[in-house]
Design a protein around this ligand. Structure first.
Ligand SMILES: NC(=O)c1ccc[n+]([C@@H]2O[C@H](COP(=O)([O-])OP(=O)(O)OC[C@H]3O[C@@H](n4cnc5c(N)ncnc54)[C@H](OP(=O)(O)O)[C@@H]3O)[C@@H](O)[C@H]2O)c1
Length: 396
């Protein structure tokens, strides 16, 4: 029985992980959960799973959760809160495996603490690797910890990498659905609304990652994530637009063979792969998920258009620069996406904000997680400043 700590248990990846625990009760048991602000779902998860510990975002929410649990007769669950609480969940002695699925850099300190505590990591939180990939991979090496990607593309690459030696890899191909604006002319991008951008053609995900998919920044983050996870330079990580989202990614070997991973478009499968690794478990009877090969009629691949999707270009530039550029890329994107969702900047304001923040970012390399968090705060302040000064006229 693997005992799991789930960071971000109330989110899309967190609830899919709990669904896997539901399907495989003899294999996986969630014993520690970390939520943000969703008190109702956190309470329901405590009722269902009776974790040893649950963390929630603030002290007030923790008091409320504690009271509700007491009323429901649940007294064995310890309620903690904030960053210290999330770290407590991530480092709980009894947990063998930590699913890192908090969105944004809010999950960074706990993920780093889990690595230092020697836990195997199932990593969904891509922002961790974008902002602090060099530090995280160095700590994983030092503590002999496996980082198993849950992000479907990296999970696919991880699977395809089992087909050859690392020195035989020519390049990896990350596939991208192209998002809802794959065929939208550049001139129409200025008028894209949050409601339009939140309609992803193939995946149902949290809000930030859905907007990042629409701008293709998500793919840019994935390029950086792949560089860190598989020790590749950005030139060996390529992107291909594949609207069917059937091939989750590919590895091209030096002999010309390309290995591709195909499966149902459902995050439960990469989560199950990471949890079970190095085994594979029979998923279909418990989940009902099965790929219908006979229904597969078409697989299209094309090159991304960096003019219409400047966020992808900015991510390649940040990947090549490394250090604080990647931190600023993520931080500025988070601020710009929130401003777009609140109607304060237009859709193309997202890349414009990020580009300006990158121009004002130093090339320093952080030497600690605190350095990363400090650089993150500076980039956020810079992004807020850019938004306050540049977009007042646009929205008038
Ligand atoms: N969804 C996908 O299909 C997918 C695929 C690949 C990678 N990812 C990556 O996985 C991560 C999670 O994505 P998601 O789609 O699951 O996001 P989501 O649905 O928005 O969930 C985010 C989770 O993080 C929690 N959270 C947010 N701020 C927090 C804080 N300060 N402290 C503690 N918890 C906090 C949220 O708690 P509350 O809801 O309780 O506030 C929620 O549990 C992201 O990094 C994303 O890029 C997601």
């Amino acid at each position: 029985m693997k005992k799991l700590a789930i960071l971000g248990s109330t989110g899309s990846i967190g609830t899919s992980t709990l669904s896997i625990c539901e399907s495989f009760p003899d294999r996986y048991q969630p014993i520690a959960l970390a939520a943000g602000k969703n008190l109702d779902v956190a309470f329901a998860q405590c009722q269902r799973w009776r974790p040893k510990v649950i963390s929630i975002a603030t002290e007030e929410l923790a008091s409320e959760l504690q009271a509700r649990l007491k009323n429901a007769g649940i007294t064995a669950t310890e309620v903690v809160y904030g960053t210290a609480g999330t770290i407590r969940v991530a480092t709980l002695t009894e947990a063998d495996f930590v699913v890192s699925a908090i969105v944004g850099v809010a999950g960074l300190e706990a993920t780093y603490a889990a690595i230092k505590a020697g836990k195997t990591i199932g990593l969904a939180n891509k922002e961790c690797l974008v902002a602090a990939g060099e530090l995280i991979m160095a700590a994983a090496k030092e503590h002999n910890v496996a980082i198993l990607p849950i992000d479907s593309e990296h999970n696919a690459v991880h699977q395809c990498m089992r087909g050859g030696a690392r020195a035989e890899v020519k390049q990896v191909w990350l596939t991208a659905s192209g998002g809802p604006f794959r065929n939208t002319p550049l001139a129409d991008f200025e008028h894209v609304t949050p409601a339009q951008a939140l309609k992803h053609p193939t995946w149902v995900m949290g809000q930030r990652i859905t907007i990042d998919s629409a701008t293709m920044m998500n793919k840019g983050f994935e390029v950086i994530e792949a560089c860190r996870l598989f020790s590749l330079p950005p030139t060996q990580v390529r992107v291909s637009i594949h609207p069917q989202s059937t091939v989750h990614s590919m590895v091209e070997y030096i002999d010309g063979s390309i290995l591709a991973q195909i499966s149902v478009t459902d995050m439960r499968l990469p989560i199950l792969y990471a949890l079970a690794y190095p085994e594979r478990v029979d998923a279909t009877p418990a989940t009902g998920l099965q790929f219908d090969l006979a229904a597969l009629s078409q697989l299209d691949f094309s090159a991304p258009d960096l003019t219409r999707f400047p966020c992808l270009r900015l991510a390649y530039e940040a990947a090549a620069a490394g250090g604080e550029a990647c931190i600023a890329l993520n931080a500025a994107d988070e601020i710009a996406v929130a401003a777009f969702l609140e109607g304060r900047i237009p859709f193309l304001g997202i890349p414009r904000t990020i580009e300006q923040v990158l121009q004002q970012t130093s090339g320093r390399r952080p030497s600690s997680i605190q350095d990363v968090l400090d650089a993150d705060l500076r980039a956020r302040a810079c992004a807020r400043n850019v938004i306050a000064h540049q977009f007042t006229d646009v929205l008038r």
